[in-house]
Ligand binder design. Structure first.
Ligand SMILES: CC(=O)[C@@H](O)[C@H](O)COP(=O)(O)O
Ligand SMILES: NCC(=O)COP(=O)(O)O
Length: 250
């Protein structure tokens, strides 16, 4: 048994997306967080986009207050540090900030940072996060050659952008794509980086991913999880995803 099991962080963007279509406050993002954490999820992730299409600034503040009453739970705020992310980091000092190179209004995240090119502009923001006591993870494509430069600019972790794996899952390309992710994870770990992962992970593809990448510290899962929770309820959906993690032997 791995002594550092992979943490499950539930992304609540899509709860807010539904909530925002009426002025009734339901479904509640805070209630969703409470139910997921009560069911055993180890963290909550949000990605407050500049256009506030789903998670809004008020949600981030309310979740921060809620999670502050739950020691050991990780709050992970994602976003572009050159847009709105640093405002949240400075005000709330979450346990983790995940830097994502999205443009404003982007449909969804679809690529990681470019290294070595992005290193010099990211380094001062990473240093500022560290001064605030905030761990920094950089959203990255599975490029092994980039990992030494990522570490050099001060990042603590990477989050592997897993959409290409999710698309390849169940196709003849799966094994080769997974091998590429495993190589990138090993390069990151060898450089001294922790490895997180996320984007389009789901009940079907999660266990195989974690089996191929020992030592993944955290997965953040939103879209598929919320789809499952609509059928099963939050608690049962969390139980299913925790079982997927455990099935990987982590
Ligand atoms: C960084 C990442 O992969 C997720 O945060 C993803 O971008 C989810 O964002 P949306 O829920 O807006 O698609
Ligand atoms: N960091 C990825 C995340 O939080 C959730 O992505 P998705 O499961 O909504 O694709």
């Amino acid at each position: 048994m791995n002594p550092h099991p992979t943490a499950l962080s539930i992304n609540l963007n899509k709860v807010a997306l539904v909530r925002n279509t009426r002025h009734l406050g339901i479904p509640s993002v805070e209630r969703a967080a409470t139910l997921c954490l009560d069911a055993g999820a180890q963290g909550i992730t949000v990605h407050p986009r500049p256009d506030a299409r789903h998670i809004r600034a008020d949600d981030v503040h309310a979740l921060h207050a809620l999670l502050a009453r739950r020691p050991g739970v990780e709050f992970n705020i994602e976003g572009n540090p050159f847009h709105n992310l640093m405002d949240f980091v400075r005000a709330l000092r979450p346990q983790q900030a995940t830097f994502v190179p999205d443009s404003e209004g982007q449909f969804t995240s679809d690529h990681g940072w470019s290294f070595p090119a992005d290193g010099p502009r990211l380094a001062p923001l990473i240093a500022e996060c560290h001064a605030l006591g905030v761990r920094v993870s950089l959203f990255m494509d599975p490029v092994p050659e980039a990992m030494a430069a990522v570490r050099e600019c001060g990042a603590d972790r990477i989050e592997l952008y897993t959409e290409t794996y999710a698309r390849a899952f169940g196709t003849p390309a799966e094994a080769e794509v997974l091998q590429g992710f495993a190589q990138a994870a090993r390069a990151a770990q060898a450089a001294g980086l922790g490895v997180n992962a996320g984007h389009d992970l789901n009940q079907q593809n999660l266990t195989a991913f974690l089996r191929a990448l020992p030592g993944v510290l955290e997965v953040s899962i939103g879209h598929a999880f919320i789809a499952d929770a609509l059928e099963l309820g939050y608690a049962a959906a969390v139980a299913r995803y925790l079982a997927c993690v455990q099935a990987a032997g982590h």
